[in-house]
Design a binder for this molecule. Structure first.
Ligand SMILES: [Zn+2]
Length: 58
């Protein structure tokens, strides 16, 4: 599994959307455990999502 596919799935999860059909939640979690780069990317994506939600409320 490539990091680019994983990041598409992370971004879908962060947005509360369905994961892409070619990646399961288990595969996503397994990759996140193994790949520090994607963990960091996912963390930034979550923070951005929280920030965007806060701005929408303002
Ligand atoms: Zn990765």
């Amino acid at each position: 599994m490539h990091c680019s596919e994983v990041r598409t799935a992370i971004s879908a999860r962060v947005d509360g959307e369905e994961l892409p059909p070619d990646i399961s939640a288990e595969e996503l979690d397994a990759h996140l455990r193994a790949c520090a780069d994607c963990r960091g990317w996912g963390e930034r994506a979550r923070r951005l999502r929280v920030l965007a939600a806060a701005l929408d409320l303002a």
